[in-house]
Design a protein around this ligand. Structure first.
Ligand SMILES: Nc1ncnc2c1ncn2[C@@H]1O[C@H](COP(=O)(O)OP(=O)(O)OP(=O)(O)O)[C@@H](O)[C@H]1O
Ligand SMILES: [Mg+2]
Length: 220
């Protein structure tokens, strides 16, 4: 087992704005597994992904990664977890507009003051079909191209787990097929991948699907 989330609860806001986004959610993910997380809009999918990735902290419960507690009160360890162990593909890309494609791709390494292995970075760039875009800025790219940069950035530092929020949500079906092939390749390389998706095509590529409903995992 690589990841264990235990009795996770997450509350946003207070008073009449109080939202219980996750209600006592427990989940384990094995090393090398490719897991789909489905559910309606607002069911808590992104919240769950952010919590297991150490981007957001739960109100209750704990996340254990590779036998170690992801401790919300240790910001330094949390930042190291986010930077080294996890790779994120966010729903809204979160590319840095002032950086080129190449610099966005290398960002996890730059932030960590690590020297990129140029050959591997070139390989990722060509895998994603972005060679000709390397010096462009995000605003010059299509949605699919931005998403590909985001995927490259999520895997450039060889993370233990790749966390993806609607990675093909804004893509046409050809581009979606290409992106799914990239995920298949990562899966073949025994990467652990969690993909939030509305799309059955994406979920069908995964070994297992969990469905969230109103902050809880639906029992099958
Ligand atoms: N930062 C926030 N502040 C307040 N409420 C939030 C925040 N983030 C999420 N929520 C609320 O928590 C609930 C779960 O949101 P979440 O974004 O996890 O859902 P989701 O399943 O990812 O939805 P979608 O499919 O639309 O992306 C929703 O009711 C949402 O409005
Ligand atoms: Mg979401």
């Amino acid at each position: 087992m690589l990841l264990q989330a235990e009795h996770i609860s997450k509350i946003y806001g207070s008073g009449e704005n109080r939202v219980e986004a996750l209600k006592d959610v427990s989940l384990t993910v094995d090393r090398g597994e490719m897991l789909a997380v489905m559910g309606k809009s607002g069911s808590g999918k992104s919240t769950l992904l952010h919590i297991v990735g150490g981007v957001d902290s739960p109100n209750e419960g704990s996340v254990i990664f590779d036998g170690e507690l992801v401790n919300p009160s240790n910001e330094k360890a949390l930042a190291a977890y986010r930077r080294r162990k996890a790779g994120f593909v966010f729903q809204d890309f979160k590319l840095l507009l002032e950086l080129t494609v190449w610099d966005n791709l290398l960002l996890p390494l730059t932030l960590d003051r690590r020297k990129p292995e140029m050959e591997y970075a070139e390989h990722i760039l060509s895998l994603l079909g972005l060679e000709e875009k390397r010096n462009k800025h995000p605003e010059e790219l299509s949605g699919g191209q931005k998403q590909r940069v985001a995927i490259g950035r999520a895997i450039i530092h060889n993370p233990d787990i790749i966390l993806c929020d609607e990675p093909t949500g804004q893509l046409d079906s050809d581009t979606e097929g290409e992106i799914l092939e990239i995920f298949d390749k990562l899966h073949e390389q025994k990467k652990t991948i969690i993909i939030v998706t509305h799309d059955n095509k994406v979920a069908n590529r995964c070994e297992r699907t969990i469905t969230l409903s109103d902050g809880k995992i639906l029992e099958k």
